[in-house]
Design a binder for this molecule. Structure first.
Ligand SMILES: Cc1cc2nc3c(=O)[nH]c(=O)nc-3n(C[C@H](O)[C@H](O)[C@H](O)COP(=O)(O)O)c2cc1C
Length: 303
């Protein structure tokens, strides 16, 4: 059945959505997600117990996680009923952000297949409004709340405030569209303070979201420092920074199928690999990084 749904979606995408201007296609897809009760259709259920996994001690009905993109609670709620094992929210910032002006999304064709370049710039309602939106959201599957900041203080504030509403917390230090967020990977020493402060700010399982643009620093410094700080889960799946003159910022983050290994290997040893938790975490990121075709999450079918 999931093959049939996939084929139907492909038809819709190739026949209609990809012929519309990007903002129209996105608006159409998001409106359809908000208004139509797709999540009540039994065809989207994925309840086979053999697919269940645990992530940071949290049980997921399957390992397919919707990546960070949406903040509208109605879309998040629908996505939870579409067969994902967990749903990640858009990265939330302390203050509301309008995002970068349009054009901020462009389709591309890459050797690996179709893709998107975005310079969304963290359009989101900000911490207070989002916290209120989450208060009544049922967790049909685990909710991963994503946060992004430009200072250690921002991350600590966000994680403390939103952690209680989340099953896991992801902190994004890698989106290429906001200079100070992307810069974290260029300053691994300062990053150590951030990793420790975020770890101390919540007892929820933490995911650090990295950029494949900084493979060497990730492998040599950032992942070992994350493990050392007690952060056990790495999402290596953020977009790659590319130039694109069609976008208002002249550049953006490329989402597409990976074309090569993301750059991690088993060479870097986590510093405290002797503890059982550390060795489990080390195995996890090694296993993930040795797969050449495993994006961490998939988009919902909005565009
Ligand atoms: C329009 C758009 C907005 C995104 N917003 C975020 C975000 O707020 N935070 C984040 O960590 N990643 C964000 N991403 C990146 C995705 O979560 C994901 O990491 C990326 O698309 C690569 O995964 P994929 O190739 O499986 O789609 C965004 C991507 C797109 C296309």
């Amino acid at each position: 059945m999931s093959r049939v749904i996939g084929a139907l979606y492909r038809l819709l995408y190739d026949g209609v959505l990809c012929r519309l201007p990007e903002p129209t296609a996105v608006a159409l897809g998001q409106t359809a997600l908000r208004l139509l009760p797709w999540d009540r259709l039994a065809v989207f259920r994925l309840d086979d117990p053999r697919l269940a996994v645990t992530l940071g001690g949290v049980r997921l009905p399957n390992p397919l996680i919707l990546a960070a993109m949406y903040y509208d609670p109605r879309i998040i709620m629908r996505a939870m009923g579409l067969g994902f094992g967990a749903v990640t929210t858009k990265s939330i910032t302390v203050e509301p952000r309008p995002g970068h002006p349009q054009p901020n999304l462009a389709r591309v064709r890459t050797a690996a297949g179709p893709g998107l370049v975005n310079c969304n710039g963290f359009q989101n309602p900000g911490l207070e409004r989002f916290r209120a939106d989450l208060a009544h959201l049922p967790h049909r599957v685990p909710l991963i709340v994503s946060v992004a900041g430009e200072s250690v203080g921002d991350y600590v504030t966000l994680v403390k405030a939103l952690g209680p509403a989340a099953d896991l917390v992801e902190f994004n230090i890698s989106s290429p569209n906001t200079r100070l967020v992307y810069e974290w990977s260029r300053k691994p020493r300062e990053l150590v303070a951030l990793l420790r402060a975020v770890r101390a700010a919540t007892d929820k399982p933490l995911v650090v979201k990295l950029s494949p643009d900084f493979a060497d620093a990730n492998e040599a410094e950032i992942i070992p420092a994350a493990l050392e700080a007690g952060i056990r889960i790495v999402n290596y799946g953020n977009t790659r920074r590319v130039e694109d003159r069609r976008l208002s910022q002249g550049s953006g983050g490329l989402s597409t199928r990976p074309t090569r290994r993301t750059g991690c290997s088993a060479r870097a040893q986590p510093p405290s690999a002797t503890s059982p938790d550390s060795s489990r975490a080390a195995r996890f990121w090694r296993a993930r990084s040795s797969s050449s075709s495993a994006p961490t999450a998939k988009r919902a079918p909005t565009e």
